[in-house]
Design a protein around this ligand. Structure first.
Ligand SMILES: Cc1ncc(COP(=O)(O)O)c(C=O)c1O
Length: 383
């Protein structure tokens, strides 16, 4: 199989699987218990928290474990809005992940006001639009770091500067940038930042929210005192330990592995552009997570390409995994200005550790053939 959908999820690293299996066998204690088997689990969680914090340039006490990237996004949006009772406005972008967009819709349903900033053709948010959207009632700005469908990286540090001048906190969803580009909370200057374990070769069902020391936030889940009272519920201890191990492996592999993946992606991008006439690249040419490639194949249905590739055991996506089952056209591709019929022809390929040079050779042979074949069929059956 050739797996080109690392933005949807990543294979669990063998070291992570091993550590989690060991943990599940040996450590069932509740981290809130005061006797040794509970304390030992707490220690292992602390180790994981330190690893995640260090990778983000944060302190251990600024990292709160959650049940997913989605939960961290909801936590940030609702937790920050609740922390500023007199302020009811949220500023976000039109290309956020549904985890933020749907939370924003819930804010609106509760009587709050939301501004969805537009993006340009490359998917970059306009700083001028941001400036004019901020009001004295703005409680939070939430703009993603890198987009999951097209990879475009937002100028988060500039966004923070503009918001900070008016005393407004900023959240960024770094689920798709963590592990792929530098994600340093101090350099970005954000107040809240979301990450998810399963996008960095860790387990599914565990995420984290960075909350800057001193930043205001209200609890998301109410109950026990877990996660210092901000996220109640007995922790997903094995998941958290696995997340820590995934981050350790990520740091160990470092920039060399990132550079290898970027080289593969660049070769694939060039190869497709040379071999598939009429193909159109979506996303920022430079300011992009380089392992994310999104192409339009005008005249064709993305699903037909996806299924034809799948018969060759090449796995790609038609956009965000979350919208895959719905008939809706990607809100991201619409926001960058693609007409629906072009947006419906788009394929996302996201590379990662599972890929090697021979994979690229196979895709560069199969994809042009598939596209040519589908085009010849659709020529006989004009839409
Ligand atoms: C940008 C972004 N944010 C949030 C999420 C949600 O993370 P999780 O799957 O851990 O809920 C994803 C996953 O697709 C994502 O790509």
């Amino acid at each position: 199989m050739i797996y080109l959908d690392h933005n949807a999820t990543t294979p669990v690293d063998p070291a992570v699987a091993e550590k989690m299996a060991w943990f599940l066998r040996e450590h069932f204690g509740n981290p809130s218990s005061l006797y040794p088997i509970g304390r030992r689990v707490k220690e292992l969680m602390t180790e994981a928290r330190e690893r995640v914090a260090a990778a983000l340039g944060a302190e251990r006490g600024e990292v709160f474990f959650t049940g997913s990237g989605t939960e961290s996004d909801n936590f940030a949006v609702f937790g920050a809005l609740e922390a500023f009772p007199g302020k009811t406005e949220l500023v976000t972008s039109s290309i956020e992940h549904p985890a933020v967009i749907e939370a924003a819709k819930a804010v609106e349903a509760r009587g709050g006001r939301v501004t969805y900033l537009p993006v340009d053709a490359f998917g970059t948010v306009s700083l001028d639009a941001l400036r004019s959207a901020l009001t004295p009632k703005t409680a939070l700005v939430s703009i993603m770091h890198a987009n999951n469908e097209i990879g475009t990286i937002q100028p988060v540090a500039d966004i923070v500067r503009i918001a900070r001048e008016r005393g407004i906190p900023v959240h960024t969803d770094a689920v798709q940038s963590f592990g792929k580009i530098d994600v340093d909370v101090r350099r970005l200057g954000v107040d809240y930042l979301t990450v998810s374990a399963h996008k960095v070769y860790g387990p599914k069902g565990v995420g984290a929210l960075y909350v800057r020391r001193g930043a205001s936030i209200r609890p998301f889940l109410r109950g026990g005192r877990q996660e210092r009272g901000l996220r109640a519920g007995t922790e997903n201890t094995a998941g958290i330990v696995g997340f820590g191990e995934a981050v350790r492996v990520m740091e160990e592999k470092g920039g060399k592995e990132r550079a290898r993946i970027e080289r593969l992606a660049e070769r694939l991008k060039k190869g497709i552009e040379e071999r598939v006439p009429g193909v159109r690249f979506n996303g920022h040419p430079e300011n992009r997570v380089k392992s994310t490639l999104n192409f339009a194949f005008p005249g064709l249905e993305a699903e037909a390409i996806l299924l034809a590739l799948a018969t060759k055991e090449i796995y790609v996506s038609t956009g965000s995994a979350c919208s895959e089952e719905s008939e809706e056209v990607s809100h991201v591709l619409q926001a960058v200005g693609l007409p629906p019929e072009i947006a419906r022809s788009c394929i996302r390929m996201s590379l990662g550790r599972a890929n090697s040079e021979p994979d690229i050779d196979v895709v560069l042979k199969q994809l042009p053939e598939i596209v040519a074949k589908l085009r010849s069929i659709s020529a006989f059956h004009p839409a």
